[in-house]
Design a protein around this ligand. Sequence first.
Ligand SMILES: C[S@@+](CC[C@H](N)C(=O)[O-])C[C@H]1O[C@@H](n2cnc3c(N)ncnc32)[C@H](O)[C@@H]1O
Length: 250
Amino acid sequence: MPKTWRLYQDVLRSYPNSTIVEKVLITTRFLELPIRDIDRWIGESDTIADLGCGRGVLANILLKLSPNRSIYGVDLSEGRIERAIASAQGNSRLEFIVADVTDPQLYRTERRFDIVLVSEVLYLLSHGKQEQVLDSVASILKPDGKLIIKDYTTRPWYKYYMFWIETNLLYLLVNSIYSVATKFGKLGHLFRLITIMFGVRDNVTVSSPEQFVSMLTRTGWRILSGSFPSHGFWPHYLSICQKMRCNKLH
Ligand SMILES: C[S@@+](CC[C@H](N)C(=O)[O-])C[C@H]1O[C@@H](n2cnc3c(N)ncnc32)[C@H](O)[C@@H]1O
């Protein structure tokens, strides 16, 4: 397996015309995502549906770790999908489309994947929509396929409070400055870049580990592993699940 530094350089090379903001974003993916913990659950030639793939950074990482994988990335943002498509540089093993992961139409397909990956997306949806996604993804998985969820959670508490401050206070602060700054042209643009750089978000729904477990159980998932990867700044939760089999009684 390539060493992390080489991997990082390789991924950066997939985004040749990236701005400084994008470079920072790619770097934060390396600092925050539990890449090895995710990678070890994925086979060397698995097919992966990456729901909410963003610019495709994680998809690129997973493909560079095992070049025989095929990854189908989906994201709501046209701009991010454009960057993801550019990063694929014609590699047919990387495919990206614009779609909403809460749209039932996305799951009406004959395609089946070994892995469905949902990394840092559920917390951007309401609990009702999270459960809807968890329910729908089973239909695009192969019978023994795995669902991998990487999200934020409420533990450890100090990381959660840092995260809360980042998502709520920074959001408020940056947006109020932004609304004033827009009146001053370029300054407004600068604040918009800061908003993007820090990933300031609104409407986050961070679930506790217990809420994840009950949502997954309610939607028929068996949890093979639930862990709290400890590196980085934020409180991570990583769950590996398989669909429960119904043994029909005759
Ligand atoms: C924090 S980024 C995570 C990107 C990537 N999965 C990763 O782990 O690096 C969240 C992504 O989810 C996407 N997203 C949010 N809601 C979505 C939805 N309803 N359907 C598809 N994508 C969505 C956003 O556009 C954004 O690119």
